[in-house]
Design a protein around this ligand. Sequence first.
Ligand code: FDA
Length: 407
Amino acid sequence: MNFDAVIIGAGAAGLFCAGIAGQRGLKVLVIDHSGKVAEKIRISGGGRANFTNRDLDVRAPHKHFLGANPNFCRSALSRYTPQDFLSLMQRHGVPFHEKHKGQMFCDRSAGDLIDLLLAECAAGGVEHWQPCAVNAVRTGSGSRYEIDTDRGTVQAHSVVVATGGLSIPKIGATDFGHRLAKQFGLRMVETRPALVPLTFDGAAWAPYAGLAGLALPVRIETGAKKERMAFDEDLLFTHRGLSGPGVLQISSYWRPGTPLRIDLAPGQDVAARLGDAKANSRKRIANELANLLPSRLAEAWVSRDEALQRPVNEASDKALTQLAGQVSRWEITPSGTEGYAKAEVTAGGVDTRDLSSQTLESTVPGLFFIGEVVDVTGWLGGYNFQWAWSSAHACAQALPRRAALAA
Ligand code: FDA
């Protein structure tokens, strides 16, 4: 019951860390309370796991990562890069492909990735207890930790917390890692759901509720001046609000009470097109707008305003200019998000000021935090898994062996 390292959480970061540390010769135990192994990986990327992103710029991580200190992740990312993980996939013979914007997916299923992680653990002789609850972690005698589990109390020189974020509680997400950080006096950055659909209140959303299922490419932005953030991605209407890649991306930057600005016809001069139509067409405004937008959206948009229910040549210049402005700069304020039940990740977490960017060890010696439990949040597109791999790798390289501890 004595280990060099006990890793709590057998998800992406925990399993990867366990395998590398085991292969370095450490005696490693990985524990997870869930009955299913790495369920979040299994459901990720629509079942094919978008496991990294080739566009990641390891010298400028702030381009694709959020957090109180977005550059915190530079050290780990630059020492274990997307290319390193792609090479590992190749060594295991796991087929993969690029979708778009550098996003790398498994060809067959995310199960291949889980098998890879378990094979790495087996190669390192890692002991794996699952399901097994962890009931308490405390400092024991000497430089050891004592960990109370359902299978008894174990001792370890190092404890690695890899329990992930709060997203999707029904498949095992808990705040265990956050509570443990607080128990040991570490600071926390307030958590919030990220990469999450946005909701609107009933009355404001009524005109658009019938559009559920409709998707279109948009430019979507939030924030002002230095805080301004924009994405060119697809938007999806849902029964309660907006989703799709563009909305998930912007949700990580959106702050409650602030508006979103959406260009529904990016790259199009809507005012000029409607002006031309007025001069040359007698069709309904909705039909003309349908040359620029999906027709269901054009109909819903025009149906909100009596003055627009007419042939385009009968509309006033002012009404068409106003319409063009609304389409190119639709300003709406979400009432909230779909919460952790639907969020892909959790923003916030263990404060990076209390962690080493080189090793992920906290200011409490021997206590490490890796993966999503840390205040590092990636964009949609494989960035969160890459953080799991890179932080796990940095930690696994730093975990001390018994010989080093005895010396
Ligand atoms: P992860 O959540 O993988 O693992 C944490 C583990 O800790 C779990 O196994 C859990 O059971 C365990 N645990 C929790 N509490 C515990 C306790 N008290 N005791 C013991 N064990 C405990 N990212 C990406 O890059 N590409 C993608 O395609 C997707 N797709 C995606 C889809 C969906 C639906 C979701 C919800 C998320 C994604 N993500 C993603 C995000 C990605 O899954 C996530 O960032 C990583 O899995 C984080 O890895 P971790 O190892 O930190 O946590």
